[in-house]
Design a protein around this ligand. Sequence first.
Ligand SMILES: [Cu+2]
Length: 347
Amino acid sequence: MRLTIRCHGARKIRQTLLSVISLAAPFIGPALWADTSNRIPSLFAPESTPAHSIFGLSMFVLTITGGIFLVVGGLLAFAIVRFRGRDNDSSEPPQIYGSTQVELAWTVIPILIVVVLFLTTARIIFAIQDAPKPKDSLDVTVVGHQFWWEFRYPKLGIVTANELHVPVGRATWLHLLSADVDHSFWVPQLAGKTDLIPNHPNDTWIQPDRPGLYVGQCAQFCGVEHAKMLLRVYVDTPEQFAAWVKNQQQPGVQDPSVAEGRHIFETEACTNCHTITGTGARGTFGPDLTHLMSRDTLAAGATLNTRQNLYAWIESPDHMKPGVLMPAMQLSDAQIDQLVAYLNTLH
Ligand SMILES: [Cu+2]
């Protein structure tokens, strides 16, 4: 080993390090810690049972790897400064060939560290996977579609889309399926990622501690609109949840003042892809629209559910979500107006 690094002094290194840190800080800081509200999908603010143990494990791994970084970086910096080439010294440093002690140390210590990391990770994975399902847990079947989420509550007779409602403090068991390609269910504050794979059902579960809105995202690339396949989980108080269930179980309303719009809906191809209970529409290719107005967003979080956005969506879905699998239906402005008036009654 021969050290020939010529360095113009520790001052220069210190200056460079300081400028790198001060440049990176504004980006790293807010991304990891600034957020304590629950609107950012942050791994560092767990609010549900499996997410707590995943957070604990990440902290443990970060501490160990951070310690390794400090030791290795410290020794490296020390060697660079202490053994740097000096201007008045052109002699060759001592040449050392092999050292059983050092080689044993840098083989055995990393093996021990890897074994510890492996065992802790395996223990947490199995504890989450093998957790017994509580008797009072809520069952939800999640079906991934290009590019939206279908949520079915088989025991409650509810079908909805993109916005999952669950009660606080109770376990919700999620049975994950896919209608087309691979997707992945990921709400970082609630649980780890679990993939939705065609013909291979997976299960995961959440037991949130606090009511609120928790956001997530499809975490497996599934096509052109993967980025706009967002997830919203509403953790409701038991009363809110009961009221939500009661509303979802109602059949679609039949408001005679919007009969025109309903007629357009029923005679255009909308019915091939969408369901509205209480009408002839039974399609399952797109989201169930029976209680469309009970949702805050449209098209898997792509935009807010407002009258203008609904109009723009029906006029040209591709405009809002390029590559989406709902076609523009070539309707007149008056027809879209009537359709939107009808959809606005679906609470
Ligand atoms: Cu995706």
